[in-house]
Structures are given as structure tokens and as C-alpha cells.
Design a protein around this ligand. Structure first.
Ligand code: SAH
Length: 267
């Protein structure tokens, strides 16, 4: 059983980040986030006692909304899933800051803002179901399992694949108490996708390569969307959105991002 974290968490961060960089050459413009300029919010005193994690999560969600995340289902999920349960105990008091954090084996969990942004992007895919949920979603790079838990609230079935055995096991342990029957964790090379769950309404990658693997394109349903970091011709990494439409694949480059590398094989 996990220990309750040593809250209150630090609540001192309210600095504005620079607006996302939009890369030239986009073939289509998606709803981009508004420039990140958080409005001042009334903060509970960090020195106060008895703050529990839901208070800091509410504050994180409000900050995400201030930063331009408007999708209520995504915000709801971010408010529900306890990020502190997915990071090492030494990092628990940073769990609700807008920062990426190490999760072991040289990997990192993305900033909440980037996670929310990517989920909002997949939800803008044309193939959304009538009840507002995605159908089957494939996540490349389970890491600690945080995003898989979030995805379980916006999709009917979540397949999440991880190439590092140590993290696959850690994610399994982190997710067990949440009892999410629609999350399927797979140990394997995500560059090959996971054909058993295909076709997917969306594929979301937490690691960036030089290209989008063909397997992902093959396993994407018609009307489905890939959201992934990818190396651009300028040598930077940027978020890329690929829609599979009756007219073919449509690619859109969005802002610069910093994800861990997509690697082949298992370890
Ligand atoms: N979504 C994760 C973020 C993990 S970081 C979370 O919420 O914690 C990205 C992960 O992608 C790392 O764990 C890394 O090992 C994994 N990864 C990189 N290349 C991969 C591949 N080819 N297949 C599966 N996982 C991969």
C-alpha cells in the first residue's frame, strides 16, 4: 500500500510560460492553445496544514484551464487521477506543478500541460463516438502509467505499450489500486504498434522518433488521429497530428516539445 504523501505540496509556482512555438509548414491549422498567461488565482496558504491532494489537483486543473485547456472531459480526468501516486515519494510534493518529472530508467513523465494538450488534441479527432468517448486508443510509452489512467476516462479501451520491462512492471503496480478494467498494459516495442487492438480511434505517443512508424498508420482507423512528438526537418522535436481521412493522411505540425526518444526493441 502506498503511503499518503506529505502534503501540503508546494504551491508557489505561478510563473507564466512562454507561448507555444508554432512551426512553419503546417498543412492545416488546429485549435491551438491560447498564449499561456495564467490569471491570478486565490491560493490556499502553502503554510496551511491539512491540505490534501484534491486541493492541489483542483488548483492544477484551474491552471490548465487558465493556460487554454478547454476540454471539460480532459480537465475532469486530470482532476480525478492522482498524479502523486505515479511518481517517487521524494518527488511527491512536485507532483502537481507544471513540470516533467523523472520516473526511473532515464525516462520522464510529461508536464500536466502537455499531457492535457495531447489528450485534447486526440479528442478533436473527427472519429469521436456519439457518447463523446473515443473508441480504442493506443498509447506508445506507458512509462509510469499516469497517462494510461487519464486515457481510461476519455476512451472505451486503452492499450498502452512500454519497451522497458522495469517501467511496464511499475505501471502495472501503480495502476492496480485504480482497478481500471479498460486499460490493457503490454510489454513490447511500440514502434510496431499493437495489431491485436487495431484499428484504433487514436494513437498517442509519449516518445518521439524521426518519423511516424508505418505500423501506426496501418493500425489507425479511418477517421482516427495520431498525436505524437516527431523530429522536424529543422532538427527540433514538435508535436505532429496525423488524421486518416477518406482523402488520405493529413499532417499538421504544432508547437515544439521535448519528449524522450522513441527507441526500437525491448529492454
Ligand atoms: N505516458 C507516460 C510517459 C512515459 S515517457 C507516463 O504517463 O508516464 C515515454 C516512455 O516511452 C518511456 O517509458 C520509454 O521507455 C517509452 N518508449 C520509448 N520508445 C518506445 C517504444 N518503441 N515502445 C514502447 N515504449 C517506448
Amino acid at each position: 500500500m502506498k503511503q499518503r504523501p506529505g502534503f501540503p505540496a508546494r504551491l508557489d509556482k505561478d510563473k507564466a510560460s512562454s507561448p507555444p512555438k508554432t512551426l512553419l509548414g503546417a498543412t492545416r491549422v488546429l485549435t491551438a492553445q491560447s498564449p499561456m498567461r495564467p490569471k491570478p488565482v486565490a491560493m490556499p496558504s502553502p503554510a496551511g496544514v491539512g491540505l490534501d491532494s484534491s486541493t492541489v489537483r483542483v488548483r492544477m486543473v484551474q491552471k490548465l484551464a487558465d493556460q487554454g485547456v478547454t476540454d471539460t472531459l480532459v480537465l475532469q480526468a486530470m482532476g480525478l487521477i492522482e498524479r502523486h501516486r505515479f511518481v517517487d515519494s521524494a518527488l511527491v510534493n512536485q507532483a502537481y506543478e507544471d513540470t516533467s518529472l523523472p520516473i526511473g530508467l532515464g525516462q520522464t513523465i510529461s508536464k500536466p500541460n502537455v499531457v492535457a494538450r495531447m489528450m485534447a488534441l486526440v479528442r478533436q479527432a473527427p472519429g469521436l463516438q456519439a457518447d463523446g468517448l473515443m473508441g480504442r486508443v493506443l498509447e506508445i510509452g506507458t512509462g509510469c502509467g499516469y497517462q494510461a489512467a487519464l486515457l481510461s476516462h476519455i476512451a472505451r479501451e486503452v492499450y498502452s505499450i512500454e519497451r522497458l520491462r522495469g517501467l511496464h512492471d511499475k505501471a502495472r503496480e501503480n495502476l492496480r489500486p485504480l482497478r481500471l478494467p479498460n486499460v490493457h498494459l503490454i510489454f513490447g516495442d511500440g514502434m510496431l504498434g499493437y495489431p491485436q487492438g487495431a484499428p484504433y480511434s487514436a494513437i498517442i505517443a509519449a516518445a518521439g522518433g524521426e518519423d511516424i512508424p508505418c505500423a501506426w498508420l496501418d493500425q489507425l482507423a479511418m477517421g482516427g488521429r495520431i498525436v505524437a512528438p516527431m523530429q522536424t526537418s529543422q532538427g527540433q522535436q514538435a508535436l505532429v497530428v496525423i488524421d486518416k481521412t477518406a482523402q488520405g493522411l493529413q499532417q499538421t505540425l504544432l508547437e515544439a516539445v521535448h519528449f524522450v526518444p522513441l527507441k526500437s526493441g525491448i529492454a
